[in-house]
Design a protein around this ligand. Sequence first.
Ligand SMILES: C=CC1=C(C)c2cc3[nH]c(cc4nc(cc5[nH]c(cc1n2)c(C)c5CCC(=O)O)C(CCC(=O)O)=C4C)c(C)c3C=C
Ligand code: FE2
Ligand code: FE2
Length: 343
Amino acid sequence: MKGILLVNLGSPDSPEPKDVKKYLGEFLMDERVIDIPFLARTALVKGIILKTRPKQSAAAYKKIWWDEGSPLIVLSERLQNKIQKQVEEPVALAMRYGSMTIKKGLQELVDKGVKEVLLFPLYPQFAMATTETILVLAEDIRKVHFPDLKIESVPAFYNKPDYIEVLSNAIENHLKGIDYEHLLFSYHGVPERHIRKSDVTKSHCKIDGSCCTTASKAHEFCYRHQCYEVTRLVAEKLKFKEGTYSTSFQSRLGFDPWLLPYTDRTIERLGKQGVKNMAIVTPAFVSDCLETLEEIAMEGQEIFHEMGGKDFTTVPCLNDDDEFVNLLSKWISEWAKATVKVS
Ligand SMILES: C=CC1=C(C)c2cc3[nH]c(cc4nc(cc5[nH]c(cc1n2)c(C)c5CCC(=O)O)C(CCC(=O)O)=C4C)c(C)c3C=C
Ligand SMILES: [Fe+2]
Ligand SMILES: [Fe+2]
């Protein structure tokens, strides 16, 4: 029997500093998130970041926490439940960090008699800190705990025409009747070093003005290219005029150079330039979460208002949007019907 494991990032068990600290400790000690040698990472994470960040992050989580729990988890569960209604195979949900582990998710499927799993990272773009870390951990767990299980994974779907159509429709529907001068596509940032590390050609990604628009094998794993491509394809589909939209990167942490331009600076600049009404969409996130509900919808809006801006509209993530559910269910059903091809 076949089964599906959807995997998202994860959240702390509660917005209390002790749970946030535990969650951040696991997240930031991942060598694909803070990619420096173990001893240096331990000193940075345990000796510096975990001394102050949990309190700060807990305060932010408290502002967005729902009665049912973390928005990211609740929205991922709604997505799972809606997909389960459309596909015959069992659909489980796991998180890369936190209590809903990948091991538990695989165990749940195995207990139902599943022998072949479709591992579905809920990220439209590939990144070492998201997709890759899920694939590597799932394989490690498989080898140790489920050696007979077959696992195949869904690659980044950033440029699939049907995904671009669903995303474009969601943006268009949400912004219908709203007067905005500029639409900002804000993606989660990563350190520039991550882009170079994921470059399979070892020479293409220069993070300059041209590498991401020059065809290359590197793009299969280039987060920056994939983000710019989503913006380009949506803009093409919705016939946006040049200059009315742009791309930026949010949520930087630490002192390394991260992908530019930064979202907060871009919002600031738009406000200073006299833009009064702006909208923002966050296509690196499938589910609304701390980074969209607090950093963008609250902090971003505050920056815009401070710079003289007026209306700040945030487009929700795809979450459990019906068209998105139909699309993921279609992909899953196609995989389930296909003859066995396992990685
Ligand atoms: C070195 C640090 C980080 C990298 C690299 C990184 C990449 C990355 N993250 C997401 C998605 C999410 N990140 C979220 C929260 C979050 N991210 C970092 C750090 C890095 N992320 C931190 C420290 C936090 C915690 C919150 C905070 O203290 O600011 C979330 C939200 C989780 C939630 O519970 O709501 C998401 C989602 C992507 C897509 C990505 C690389 C492409
Ligand atoms: Fe993050
Ligand atoms: Fe590039």
